[in-house]
Design a protein around this ligand. Structure first.
Ligand code: PLP
Length: 438
């Protein structure tokens, strides 16, 4: 029998409620916090709250716990490293595990050029901040292009690139010089999606943005927060061509789509187009804070002292990442993401593909989105329904899922997800849709 969520109390239960309401209100109000979930402990794809309720986690803590919650091998690597060396600041000193991780990532040749170099930070935003500075430093140019609905983080450089929700930007300007353009969403733009996106950039170059001022184009190979949108296969090749024509660096933000999530180590592998700079974080260390900005030796030509961070490349986080990579590659989790992702996509299409409110089911590997609409012929966005689905699935069926974009449900579970667990997730999603729409 497949394991199913176990709800022993109304959600939130009394112990969770005490934690939700009993604090002294000291936390910043800027956090989103929609779910009344209090996570007490977790293992694999399952989270237990203080009341003993067990939830199926199809979020992986927002695409982070790639190897599952508290994978024993990652936990052992953290224990071992933390009893040996917790911190020594890679800004000024060496320690073995940081060098070990850098050479492991470099050996995978994730960017264009012969030899890769790795800069370690603590978050996705920091990785993009580093990429932003590096692109300026390397090219001597000032401006950037990024895409509407894309998310790159919330520090000032990264926020200047982010164009996901007005709430994230209002009150924080002025921003750095980034011009935003159209992301090719095949569901909404149809067969001409790539042409429209490329034409729009060429129009920018003709009208308001001299191409020779542009240091880099930041792009998510699969759009994450914006709605789990997979662009057409010819989009990245055409973008590569355009960037090369104008001497612009192509920068892939693989913070969410990287580290095996899409069934390949990097999402760009689905199209074969390598970036000049790549950023990643989230799944990299299975839950410890770590990010990487990767570029060839030629592009990463900044001088000693030009960029660093006290905690970046922390030994314990690096040890967790080395162990994560063992599990992703030798341990077969990237392949599992491809296999179970394909199974889950088929199961979604089988169970809810014909539902009147399901507009589009899309994704790669275990990065899957279901776009909800009011009416399949007009594609009008079902924004309220999406929010209700997220809450109902959590409170009534014990499944954690979150939204992406205005009206898409995203599934980004741990890459350890089994076919049994994927089937349970789709059953619960179908039951949720039925409860709310019939
Ligand atoms: N880039 C992408 C594609 C993301 O999805 C995110 C976070 O969701 C970020 C950057 C920012 O990462 P962080 O929250 O670790 O700063």
């Amino acid at each position: 029998m497949s394991r199913r969520p176990l709800l022993q109390t109304a959600i939130p239960g009394p112990k969770s409620r005490a934690i939700l309401t009993g604090g002294d209100g000291s936390l910043s109000k800027s956090y989103t916090i929609d779910h009344a979930l209090v996570a007490d402990r977790a293992s694999g794809c399952w989270i237990t709250d203080p009341d003993g309720n067990e939830f199926l986690d199809m979020t992986a803590g927002i695409a982070v716990t790639a190897t599952g919650h508290c994978h024993p091998k990652v936990v052992a690597a953290i224990h071992e490293q933390s009893s040996r060396l917790i911190h020594m600041s890679g800004t000024d000193f060496f320690y073995p595990v940081q060098a070990q991780l850098a050479s492991r990532l470099a050996s995978l040749h994730p960017v264009r050029g012969d030899k890769s170099r790795i800069y370690f930070g603590n978050s996705g935003a920091e990785a993009n901040e580093a990429a932003f500075k590096l692109a300026r430093y390397h090219t001597g140019r000032k401006s950037f292009i990024a895409f509407l609905d894309c998310f790159h983080g919330r520090t000032m450089g990264a926020l200047s690139l982010t164009a996901s929700k007005v709430r994230q930007r209002e009150g924080f300007g002025p921003f750095l010089p980034v011009t935003h353009t159209l992301y090719p969403d095949p569901y909404r733009l149809g067969a001409r999606a790539t042409d429209m996106a490329i034409d729009h950039i060429e129009m920018l170059f003709r009208t308001i943005l001299p191409a020779e001022d542009v240091a880099g184009i930041f792009v998510e190979p699969i759009q994450g927060e914006g709605g789990y949108i997979v662009p057409p296969d010819d989009f990245l090749p055409r973008l590569r061509e355009l960037a090369d024509k104008h001497g612009i660096l192509l920068i892939f933000d693989e913070v969410q789509s990287g580290n095996g999530r899409t069934g390949k180590l990097w999402a760009w592998e689905h199209t074969g187009v390598k970036p000049d700079i790549m950023t990643t974080a989230k799944g990299l260390a299975s839950g410890l804070p770590l990010s990487a900005t990767i570029a060839s030796e030629k592009v990463m030509n900044w001088k000693p002292g030009s960029h660093a961070s006290t905690f970046g490349g922390n030994p314990v986080a690096c040890a967790a990442a080395v162990s994560t990579y063992d599990l992703l590659l030798e341990g077969g989790l990237v392949d599992n993401a491809a296999k179970v992702g394909a199974f889950m996509m088929d199961e979604l299409k089988r169970q809810v593909g014909d539902h009147k409110n399901v507009g589009h089911i899309r994704g790669r590997g275990l990065m899957i989105g279901v776009e909800l609409v009011k009416d399949r012929s007009t594609k009008e966005r079902a924004i309220e329904l999406r929010d209700k689905v997220v809450m109902h699935a959590f409170e009534k069926h014990g499944m954690l899922a979150i939204g992406a974009g205005q009206n898409t449900i995203r599934f980004c579970p741990p890459l350890t997800l089994t076919e049994d667990e994927a089937k349970v997730a789709v059953d619960l999603f179908a039951a949720t849709l039925k409860d709310l729409t019939e």
